[in-house]
Ligand binder design. Structure first.
Ligand code: SIN
Length: 294
């Protein structure tokens, strides 16, 4: 199949990023020009200075997902790092560490019926105010595999044709947790809730920090686009998913034990690969509350 970005007049998506002022307290090594950067020079087990905090925040805004290597953090330090960026989010369905409801368990091993995050998604987009960001700390890695892919929804939006952008302007879609979460965590002994969140969000949202537009539909949670016939919504979502999953918009992170990934759910999607069975991959996620998408 030809990618929707293929042509013979040069690249349809031309990424332009301004070179910001140099960082003072961290180093930022981009994985691709479009998304992802590895951050060095910071120890997340220690309190961050105001300057470090500002620079981590800026690196996240500029790169959508940032990675830290060789971090030795306790559950409380992980939670404290998350709280620097906002109030912590409680997952509507997933298992958490005993006594720590904000510390979600991410775990797959040889007996798992499934692994977390195997399809493209943004975290809990079915919430009325979906999470701003997620911070994943992986402690146990398989010998090979278990990478996570991240994709820029700014780039996916920018690369749409002007006609498609006009068409999408003002459309909203239903995001639903029911079909995703019911029964999903039974293997962890988590009982189902009577109901799961459901929300209507714009198909294109504007990031509250950068002011940039991002495509905001995902395969997991988005049920349908409102105001158009179901067949049109299905066809449109199918097109948008195929488009936004183009590798051009992606980076791929290879985990090592004690790596941390911090992604911005407002402008990035992610997908975890379960290619390491029968090995174990395990860690914790702290999720930061967000705002109503506009
Ligand atoms: C998730 O979607 O939070 C899981 C991501 C991962 O395990 O890499």
């Amino acid at each position: 199949m030809q990618g929707s970005l293929r042509g013979n007049k040069g690249p349809r998506y031309r990424h332009t990023a301004e070179d910001g002022a140099p960082y003072e307290t961290i180093t930022v090594d981009k994985l691709t020009p479009i998304i992802g950067a590895e951050i060095a020079g910071i120890d997340l087990s220690q309190p961050l200075s105001n300057r470090q905090h500002d620079e981590v925040h800026r690196a996240l805004a500029e790169n959508l997902v940032i990675f830290f290597r060789d971090q030795c953090i306790t559950p409380d330090q992980h939670l404290a790092f998350g709280r620097l960026f906002g109030e912590l989010h409680l997952h509507p369905a997933a298992p958490h560490e005993p006594g720590k409801p904000e510390l979600m368990i991410i775990h797959a091993d040889k007996d798992s019926p499934r692994a977390n995050g195997e399809g493209w998604h943004t975290d809990v987009s079915c919430d009325l105010e979906p999470p701003m960001g997620s911070i994943l700390y992986i402690k146990t890695c398989p010998p090979k595999g278990g990478d996570t892919l991240f994709a820029s929804m700014y780039a996916a939006y920018d690369a749409l044709s002007d006609r498609m952008k006009t068409y999408l302007d003002g459309l909203t879609a239903i995001h639903d947790g029911e079909h995703v979460y019911r029964g999903l965590f039974a293997n962890f002994g988590v009982a189902d809730k009577p109901t799961y969140p459901r929300a209507e969000h714009p198909v294109v949202r504007t990031h509250p920090v950068t002011g940039k537009k991002a495509l905001y539909v995902n395969r997991w949670f988005t049920l349908r686009i409102l105001g158009v016939p179901v067949a049109e919504s299905d066809a449109l979502l199918g097109y948008l998913y195929a488009h936004l999953e183009d590798p051009l918009f992606q980076c791929r992170f290879r985990w090592r034990p004690r790596s941390v990934a911090f992604w911005d759910n407002r402008c990035a999607q992610h997908r975890a690969l379960w290619d390491y069975w029968p090995h174990t991959r395990s860690g914790n996620r702290v999720t930061i509350k967000g705002e109503k998408p506009v």
